[in-house]
Design a protein around this ligand. Structure first.
Ligand SMILES: [Zn+2]
Length: 485
């Protein structure tokens, strides 16, 4: 998968991409032979942390070094380290289950002198993932490291590394490579690989890689079957959305058109394209608007950009990133539906004889007075306690999509002839009042209570019922729009 990355992995300090600030200081340290015992490399993924760790392990141990600070790359020690076969260079992936065992083993063996090289080097990748016990064990080791030991800790999430560990390390912050830098490297490698890579295609790959040298090379590797790459065929090959789709979606979200958002997303997902890529493209487009704007669009683009970035961050930790991102986009558009009356609570009650309200648009909504919660307080009857759970169970049995909406609603009460519930979004209430849904709700409610009930639905923007946590809400939105994969 990342074979191009492996093939062109930097082999010397001078080949590290975009980390000149680190290179200078590491080289100076090697020149003066002031080797530290603990290093902490932090920064985004794919920016060369592990690569530099291995280069450093080689540089301190190489036996064929002539002059300067670079390892020779050809002596036995260099080759062993390069191939991951050195008994004196141990790589630990803290994200794996073995993390704690590895640290324990490390502590046991740490006192032994290196077998073949000058230094024993421990590279601990994603160190922030270590358990508390493992951190404590590591800390004890870092407090009194043997002279022959070097620790290189790498992390993408510095804030999760305990201060006690950080304070014992020499710290290096890795930067994302600039798009220009990545473009020039991609073009260089494309030439070596016999690929004709147009400028616009290289630019697109660099954008997509977001400063990760590794991602850029992986992407190029994935499409290297095509020997003539331009922006147009590249978009298709890596599943990048067209500029039109991105701008349509942005406008639908910004203008509060959840149905349009849902249908665009549905098409996108059905084509098997990556929603994460789509959302990143939307974020990029927002960012460009902010930078290029005269001020007028910033008010729209900036909050939207923030929401998109939050969604992307959440998606990274979600087991179902696609649904989460779809839901986030729909939520963002839902939140913009009722601009101007966001804080106002509305009563959306239909006349009992009302016919179809399926395509209820904002204009066609019955003129709704702001609710006076006191006068609207329903007369509670004895059966309310048992009513709601039975009602939910019955709806669940009959219609899952409807249940998704109803279960996020708040039960306000029953009167002699009304079932009153509250929902967070007007859109939900529109859904509930679709004839088949309303019919089902009223039929179930009537059969449970034994009297004829009519649905009344309040829209409360600030509704925050116990079950209405954000995650639930998002998954509900997805179900409502039936955009599960
Ligand atoms: Zn060497």
């Amino acid at each position: 998968m990342s074979s191009l990355y492996r093939k062109y992995r930097p082999n010397q300090f001078s080949e590290l991409v975009g980390q000149d600030h680190i290179r200078g200081s590491i080289e100076a340290m090697l020149k003066s032979n002031q080797i530290g015992h603990a290093y902490l490399f932090s920064g985004p993924r794919g920016t060369g942390k592990t690569t530099l760790a291995r280069l450093l392990a080689r540089a301190v141990n190489c036996v064929g070094k002539k002059k300067g600070v670079e390892a020779c790359g050809v002596c036995e020690i260099c080759l062993e380290i390069q191939n991951g076969q050195s008994v004196d260079v141990m790589e630990i992936d803290a994200a794996s289950n073995r993390g704690i065992d590895d640290i324990r083993e490390l502590r046991e063996k740490i006192t032994f002198a290196p077998t073949r090289s000058k230094y024993r080097v421990y590279i601990i990748d994603e160190v922030h993932m270590l358990s508390k016990d493992a951190f404590n064990a590591l800390l004890k080791t870092l407090e009194e490291p043997p002279a022959h030991a070097i620790f290189i800790l790498a992390t993408t999430e510095l804030h999760k590394v305990p201060e006690t560990i950080i304070s014992r390390c020499l710290r290096y912050q890795f930067h994302r490579a600039t798009p220009d830098k990545i473009v020039s490297i991609l073009k260089e490698i494309a030439v070596k690989e016999g690929i004709k890579l147009e400028d616009d295609a290289a630019q697109l790959l660099a954008e997509r890689a977001e400063g990760s040298y590794r991602d850029a090379l992986s992407l190029l590797g994935n499409v290297s079957g095509e020997k003539d790459l331009n922006a147009a065929n590249l978009r298709v090959l890596i599943g990048l959305p067209s500029a039109e789709v991105v701008s349509q979606l942005l406008s639908a979200v910004a203008n509060g058109k959840p149905q349009v958002v849902a249908s665009l997303l549905k098409g996108f997902v059905q084509e098997g394209l990556d929603v994460g890529v789509l959302v990143r493209s939307m974020a990029n487009s927002c960012r460009e608007q902010i930078f290029s704007s005269q001020g007028a669009d910033v008010g729209v683009a900036a909050p939207l950009l923030e929401e998109l970035l939050v969604a992307l961050a959440k998606a990274r930790q979600s087991i179902d990133a696609t649904s989460l991102l779809c839901a986030s986009l729909i939520s963002a558009s839902l939140a913009r539906v009722s601009t101007g009356s966001q804080e106002a609570s509305l009563v959306v009650t239909n006349e009992p004889s009302s016919s179809s309200v399926t395509d209820l648009s904002e204009k066609e909504l019955p003129s709704a007075p702001a609710v006076d919660t006191v006068s609207a307080t329903p007369v509670k009857v004895d059966d309310t306690g048992a009513f709601w759970p039975s009602f939910l169970a019955a709806v669940h049995e009959k219609n899952h999509a409807l249940y998704a909406v109803v279960s996020s609603a708040n039960f306000e009460g029953l009167t002699d002839d009304k079932l009153i519930i509250a929902v967070k979004f007007r859109f939900y209430s529109e859904r509930l009042f679709e004839p088949k849904n309303r019919n089902l709700i009223e039929t179930i409610a009537s059969s449970i209570t034994g009297r004829k009930l009519v649905l009344e639905c309040l829209v409360k923007a600030d509704l925050d019922s116990g079950t209405n946590k954000e995650e639930d809400l998002l998954s509900t939105v997805v179900e409502v729009f039936e955009i599960n994969e």
